[in-house]
Design a protein around this ligand. Structure first.
Ligand code: HEM
Ligand SMILES: *[C@@H]1O[C@H](CO)[C@@H](O)[C@H](O)[C@H]1NC(C)=O
Ligand SMILES: *[C@@H]1O[C@H](CO)[C@@H](O)[C@H](O)[C@H]1NC(C)=O
Length: 332
């Protein structure tokens, strides 16, 4: 009897040790210098090609940043967002939050081409995206952080996971807190990450209801002018674009929080972070308005955390040759 208990105890201890161990191994496998010997030009390539794309179209910085967020929120940063649908598998690109919306794939494909040229079969698409997202923030004047590398690319896709894991633009505050909480983010980190909407654009279909029907809005100027771009009736105007931060849509600053303060958040989910009351989350919006440095360091820390959501490492997954499709020997 006593030895049974002892054995049960040992099994539990070993299980706990293994669990803890797995975690540290996974984290230890991502390293900022992962490619320093195998692909020393990687950072220069990403910076140059992304810079080229942003010069051609300034919005591309925002699009690439969003691409990374959409990747990481669905089964971790594993380049799943980059996979096109195949006859057998419906991918994430056509999930409800992403369809006719997510963009920037050609920039990643271009970087893939250059890294294939310099170091074929070495760098994952997931890592390219992680570096490009950081560089997109830096290119628009935002903070920088060291990107841990060594992620591998997934060989599985789940459109359902994308449908359920990505918060909708009409989410309430508690829904936002919950969906970010599921991935280990604090409410404060959720507010900081939402600050990514300091750059980029949204389509009319994503804010139509807010500007026409909601009252927590600067209706006199803000709503009135947006209604001209985004009339009440769904139709050809669905895709019309409006800047998420009307103050400085191409500059990564704390203008987004000033917009929220003025009741000029474009999405319903944006304005949920500020309702004019006191306490959370209004207090954090004030803090980021008053102190841009705090926003910058909170954002960088939260991005670093996001970039480490369940990475595939070691021999799991693969290094995709073409970021849009799983390598042939796996898919056949
Ligand atoms: C808080 C929950 C979030 C919701 C509900 C949300 C929703 C949206 C929506 C609806 C759009 C416009 C898409 C379109 O109209 O085609 C958008 C754009 C964008 N989102 Fe978010 N988002 C959230 C969080 C984030 C996070 C955490 C990031 C990055 C860290 C991010 C980065 C962006 C960027 C940069 C754009 C502009 C993209 C472009 O101009 O191409 N978003 N978001
Ligand atoms: C949000 O929008 C979706 C799609 O239009 C709708 O099905 C859902 O009921 C809306 N949710 C809320 C809370 O309004
Ligand atoms: C990558 O794969 C996509 C989708 O299968 C295909 O359309 C594209 O031509 C491929 N790109 C290259 C460079 O082979």
């Amino acid at each position: 009897m006593a030895s049974d208990k002892l054995i049960a105890f040992l099994v539990i201890v070993v299980a706990l040790l293994l669990q803890g161990n797995n975690k540290t191994v996974v984290e230890a496998q991502l390293r900022t210098d992962f490619y320093s010997k195998t692909c020393p030009d990687l950072h220069a390539i990403v910076r140059a090609r992304l810079g080229n794309a942003i010069a051609a179209e300034p919005r591309m910085a925002a699009s690439v940043l969003r691409l990374f967020y959409l990747d990481c929120f669905v089964n971790g940063c594993d380049a799943s967002i980059l996979l096109k649908d195949t006859p057998r598998n419906a991918g994430e690109q056509n999930a409800a939050p992403n369809r006719n919306s997510v963009r920037g794939f050609e920039v990643i494909d271009d970087i893939r081409m250059w890294t294939n040229h310099k170091c074929l079969g070495v760098v994952s698409c997931a890592d390219i995206l992680a570096i490009a997202a950081r560089d997109a923030v830096v290119a628009t004047g935002g903070p920088s952080w060291d990107v841990p590398l060594g992620r591998r690319d997934t060989i599985t896709v789940s459109q359902e996971a994308a449908n359920s894991g990505i918060p909708a633009p009409n989410s309430s505050l508690s829904e936002l807190v919950t969906s970010f909480g599921k991935l280990g983010f604090t409410p404060r980190e959720m507010v900081a990450l939402s600050g990514a909407h300091t750059i980029g654009f949204a389509q009319c279909k994503h804010f139509r209801e807010r500007i026409h029907y909601w009252r927590d809005i600067d209706w006199l100027h803000f709503a009135t002018t947006r209604k001209q771009t985004c009339p009440e009736t769904p139709g050809p105007s669905d895709g019309n674009l409006v800047e998420l931060d009307s103050r400085t849509p191409f500059k990564f600053d704390n203008g987004y929080f000033w917009s929220l303060f003025g009741k000029r958040g474009l999405l319903h989910s944006d304005q949920q972070l500020y309702n004019g009351g006191i306490g959370f989350p209004n207090s954090i919006v004030w803090e980021y308005m008053a102190n841009e440095k705090t926003f910058r360091s909170d954002f960088a820390a939260a991005m670093l955390k996001m970039s480490q959501i369940s990475p595939l490492t070691g021999h799991v997954g693969e290094i995709r040759h073409n970021c849009s499709e799983i390598n042939e020997w796996f898919s056949k």
